[in-house]
Design a protein around this ligand. Structure first.
Ligand code: G1P
Ligand code: ZN
Length: 543
């Protein structure tokens, strides 16, 4: 195998964020751009000679070309083996599961998650470590430093590998194994949930729709729901991964998964509906004319986890990101287990899962997961719901309402102001920080401010401190308003406002969240001066 060392120069702006490096496709298509980043990944790792790397992506445009480059570079840099999903496909949670199962050194996942694909869309690359989770900050920092200083990359003259055929390709001591993208993941799901019980549910005529949004979960959902669990063919919609996701925006929420939403809120709606995003880590859960907020979903999964084989011995603890509603805390409290409030972003859950402190984790942004992998997992959440529906023989709405009756309801909403001027957004946050003292004890109608702070988190495992993670305004009745600037946006700033209020009375638990939260929305405007700073009358997106 001939290895070439090619001279290169650093590119600016190759700084990976918490979800890796994400850019427009045409940026990645520049000569040496991908190669530089891949070499920077390898240069930041030690002792991987002869070891195994897992590679796969969400099937978006440029996935296949990128994989061929990565295979040649992995060979040149001394990996012994690369396991790659058939047709270059691996969902993010499946990649995590495969890294763990085969004790691989790490993995490269090609995805820009829920962002649109196609030649005009986005592409992305991220590195996951041997626990199956995203690289921690010290690794992404090292990658970035290498991108800034590197002068060459190494590439081998392997022929292009046919990724459509399962099997091994060997060149001297280097092996590429094209693996079934679904089977290891499906096997893992079978250990967690009672497949026989779910099969019976489908046999009894239970109807569901799963919207794969033309993205990576199509083959996973078809194999598991239709082939293994016997759901009728057609249960999975938009199930063939397309390079441009059918020109859609593969983000499972009420706005972008509108095709599914119309079915679930239409005549003859099925009992259960769900969707997942581009790379398969997000989920949305719907019942017949019913939307389950991700915060409630986490709490309900936690409260019912003992019904599923994988969690029958109970949970070690529950972790949620700070802006996620406190519904899960109430479940943890009743169960007498640990509850962790982390900053936004999945990476903060990794240490808690590795240390056995938490079993379930979730974010309000349609992300839920557990210790079975080190990524959030969309289809896992869907199967968890199915297992609970099969065990309880109740409707989705029935399960949610009975949860509220037991624990109370945390009314919840997120208001996003997208594409705001960055300076204006920072000024708004600074202004809020200067008001903390003045606000405490202040009355707004029925609401009295109990505390204000800028959330910081000390990791209970490694004691690392993360500050400036969002402004919390807490009221004496337990209501909250949280203000944060998004860390993932690409244009200007996105201001996120999270609103939460608690209702213990069953008779008042079936109201419209926007109406219940109207007074808090008003207070948020008043204390933050949203209109004044952003010039906006109303949010761009309300969830
Ligand atoms: C958003 C979500 C956050 C999630 C992240 C990556 O980040 O709010 O919960 O972890 O995407 O999927 P944000 O744009 O708010 O920084
Ligand atoms: Zn995703």
């Amino acid at each position: 195998m001939k290895v070439q060392t090619i001279t290169t120069t650093p590119f600016s702006g190759q700084k990976p964020g918490t979800s890796g490096l994400r850019k427009k496709v045409n940026v990645f298509q520049q000569a040496r751009y991908l190669e530089n980043f891949v070499q920077a990944i390898f240069d930041s790792l030690d002792n991987f000679q002869g070891k195994t790397l897992v590679v796969g992506g969400d099937g978006r445009y440029y996935n296949q070309q990128a994989i061929q480059i990565i295979l040649k570079m992995a060979a040149a840099n001394g990996f012994g083996k690369v396991m790659v999903g058939q047709n270059g496909i691996l969902s993010t949670p499946a990649a995590s599961a495969i890294i763990r199962k085969y004790q691989a050194f790490g993995g490269i996942i090609l995805s820009a998650s829920h962002n649109p694909g196609g030649p005009e869309g986005d592409f992305g690359i991220k590195y996951n470590i041997s626990n199956g989770g995203p690289a921690p900050e010290k690794v992404t920092e090292a990658i970035y430093e290498h991108t800034q200083t590197m002068g060459e990359y190494r590439i081998a003259d392997l022929p292009s590998i046919d990724l459509s055929q399962l099997g091994a390709f060997t060149q001297e001591t280097f092996v590429v194994e094209v693996i079934d993208a679904v089977s290891d993941y499906a096997e893992l799901m079978e250990t967690l949930f009672d497949f026989d019980r779910i099969k019976e549910l489908f046999q009894s005529g239970f109807a569901m729709r799963f919207d794969a949004m033309h993205a990576v979960t199509g083959p996973y959902a078809k194999t598991i729901l239709e082939n293994k669990l016997g759901a009728p063919v057609g249960t999975v919609m938009n199930g063939i991964p397309l390079e441009d996701f059918g020109q859609g925006h593969p983000d499972p929420n009420l706005t972008y998964a509108h095709e599914l939403v119309e079915i679930m809120f239409g005549d003859n709606a099925p009992e259960f509906g769900a969707a997942s995003d581009g790379d398969g880590d997000r989920n949305m859960i719907l019942g017949n004319h019913f939307f389950v907020t991700p915060s409630d979903s986490l709490a309900i999964l936690a409260a019912n986890a003992h019904l599923s084989p994988g969690y029958k011995d109970g949970l070690a603890g529950i972790a949620r990101s700070m802006p996620t509603s406190k519904a899960a805390d109430l479940v943890a409290e009743k169960a007498g287990i640990g509850c962790y409030e982390t900053p936004t972003g999945w990476k903060f859950f990794g240490n808690l899962l590795d240390a056995g402190k938490a079993t379930l984790c979730g974010e309000e942004s349609f992300g839920t997961g557990s210790s079975h992998v080190r990524e959030k997992d969309g289809l896992w959440a869907v199967l968890f719901w199915l297992d609970i529906l099969a065990a309880r023989q109740q409707s989705v709405a029935g399960i949610v309402r009975s949860h509220w009756a037991t624990y109370g309801r945390n009314y919840y909403s997120r208001h996003d102001y997208e594409g705001v001027d960055s300076h204006a957004a920072s000024a708004l946050m600074d202004n809020l920080k200067h008001q903390f003292e003045k606000l405490v004890g202040k009355l707004f109608g029925n609401y009295e401010v109990e505390f204000c702070d800028d959330f910081s988190y000390t990791d209970p495992v490694d004691n690392s401190l993360s500050s400036n993670q969002g402004i919390r305004v807490g009221f004496t009745d337990g209501s909250r308003i949280v203000f944060r600037l998004s860390g993932t946006g690409t244009e200007g700033a996105t201001l996120r406002i999270y609103l939460e209020s608690f209702e213990s009375e069953t008779a008042k638990q079936d109201l419209d969240a926007q109406i219940v939260l109207a007074e808090l929305i008003q207070i948020a405007n008043e204390i933050a001066g949203i209109q004044k700073y952003t010039g906006r009358e109303k949010p761009t997106v309300i969830t």
